[in-house]
Design a protein. Sequence first.
Length: 635
Amino acid sequence: MHNAFLGVEPARIEWRPAKVREGSTEQAPLIPYSTRFNDIYFDTRDGVAETDYVFLESNHLPKRFKTLNQSEFVIVETGFGTGLNFLRTCKLWHELKNQRANPNAQLSFISIEQYPLAPDDLQKMYQALDIESEFTEQLIAQYPPAMPGVYTIELPHNIKLTLILNPIDKALKEFAAGEDFKVDAWYLDGFAPSKNPDMWAKGLLHFMALHGVNTAVRRTTFATFTAASVVRKQLHHYGFTVKKQTGFGSKRHMLVGTFTEKKISSPHPTIADDYFLSAPANKPKIAIVGAGLAGCASAYALHKRGFEVHLFDQASTVASGASKMPALLATPNISLDHNAFSQLTFLGMAHLQSYLHKHHRKHPEMSYSETCLQLGSEKYSEWQLDQYIKVYQGRYWDPQLLTWHKTSINGKEHRGLLIPGYLVNGPVFCKSLINTIPQKQIHLSHAIESLEELIEFDHIILATGHHTLLNKLADNEPALSPLRGQLTALTQKPKQRLGLDYPINYDGHLFECDNSLVVGATFDMSLDESINPDDRKKNIQQANERFGLKLGENKHCTDYVGIRAATYDRYPYCGPLTRQSGNSPMIWANYGFGTRGLCLSLLCAEIISSAINHESLPLPKFLLQRISPNRVQKA
């Protein structure tokens, strides 16, 4: 069976006694040891000092951070490991904030790891090093599962970690950034070339040269533990001046250097190149049409980057379409081969988890659950669920996830697969996304009939959902299909509550939120937004038959109808429809999510916002090609 996890595996570590000098009475401390590479991660006695010397000081970061004028400082690291290099860099960045020439600059730290450590091991290491802080707390809280992908972790003080879980050759090949994306400093970490030769492949050196910079105000530097001649010669060949300097502690030498110049062949062009824009002279002004999940998420992602964002919707409130449901459930697509669509949805879930983690305290009414119980159904037989456990076992650090669980409903026991699942209130979620945007920039009851009305903007994002079927604003918008759903909410008295442990997925849904039991939902290819009494009966009957309930219609029964926009291949349309030409705005599509709007809206918003802001993109190239609106034309 094809397995997309191949290459990315949880790290195997042991805690072993450190070496001590012969005759010493010192008690040997325990240090983390990689059984895969037969090498230590660090020595708890001097690991912090070693990191500071080898990577921070040897890349001249204290001085460079103080004199920083540019808006972003980019560091790329090969081998995230314990995260120690990253955490020490965060500490230095924060300490020098008030001394920086540009105190509002962002630290972008990109790190590649094939064998991620478990959060419990990280916590143990940070305690051993006595470096626990707000940075370690946030890192562990947002730490991704052991699945391949690009994961974005935002920390306080304008720090963004992009953690790429993949073998280094694949990570660099799939890294989505234009050629004018430049790196300020390299941490060439990872284990020694003799023990980890794959880390030092030619693809790394080619990538370093391709994204190297050498100007009067900006120059790429590198530092590495190793002083191996093969590494020194390759770095020199790819345009770096290389200097051997005294190593740390007992290590005699290490290498440092700067980029000078090297002509490098460009990668073969792909559809992903459509996302790589030239840096604008001024901060663009952006219009977003549609104030549902996709539109509000786009507004949030752009506003936090400092853009002037204007949000337009023909309705009088946000979340008036399919996003208006009081109970929206996001779950990943689980597959036996963890295919491309599964990878996309798991990455989408990571962005949603990160947002809810940060904002739930401010908006406790926004979300109800973080897990979901998937029962056997027409789509997922119990045999399939059992196979999924075998495929995904150990990928999530929470041992409860992706295992069999039992729950009692109406006195009867049901067994299912416990999966990640976020149940949120749609309108509350959308309002939380835009609550810091000035009201004068939110234009409700304002229908856009033609893009000519938005000619003053530099970028226009069409987050129009199923309205795209009714009024195409751009000539080359790809085809969509309507997907109508009706959800039924039954008001419950306290003694009527089922006491569900989790939202339940089967051939339908069964949720409890606030004072309602929510059942549904129907699916049909229709644009009819009116409530269908027959669909209400179907929803109630389906729940009664599956769980032996005696639910009935009552005067407190409320139905919600939403029309989703679906694509021919399940992947959303997220990306540029047109390029900028003269004074004409650049048009972006951000719709076609089908039933995955909550799961994917924040990820897709980050993709478009990162492209507009001239950042690397939070998705590998092969997945960008899957979601590009131009895939239809170029297929």
